[in-house]
Design a protein around this ligand. Sequence first.
Ligand code: GAR
Length: 185
Amino acid sequence: RRRVGVLISGRGSNLRALLEAEQDAYAIALVVSNRPDAPGLAIARAAGVPVHAPAPDGRGRAAWEAEADAALRAAGVELVALAGYMRILSPAFVAGWEGRMVNIHPSLLPLYKGLDTHARAIAAGDAEGGCSVHLVTAALDDGPVLAQARVPIHAGDTPETLAARVLVEEHRLYPRALAELARGL
Ligand code: GAR
């Protein structure tokens, strides 16, 4: 089983889905958070997964990333999965995991990179929304798409109702896409 490191910033529902899925192809070896108070850390701890979530100490992003990178490598991580990780990673960090780092993004990429994806899809009058798992490259939300799931957008949808519909699909899609990538390594 390929050893996976998961990076989070918040709620951690995708982390939970990755943990609850049949992990025949991967095992989550470490959870990293840029926020020591991320609710998702409790999910990791309850599952007995080691966490790396140092309090910010003012040294800046490069030092934080170098420490996170060292923690991932010390844990024997072979694949990195971003799961609601809301800080842009530097080109240097990304280069160190080329072809081995994936992200889940709540839109049908290449549509709606960045934030507020559901509000933008509704405002555009789109008939469908969805989510994408993609390889991470230095450009934001821009790497090759590995898998997507689609949902209908209904009249009267708000960003919240659409987000909830998409999130159900995220939780199905991400474990499958990660397992497929792990098997191919
Ligand atoms: C998910 O919807 C994920 O797709 C999105 O944040 C949410 C995290 O939820 N990610 C991004 O917007 C990345 N730019 P979670 O913490 O419950 O998994």
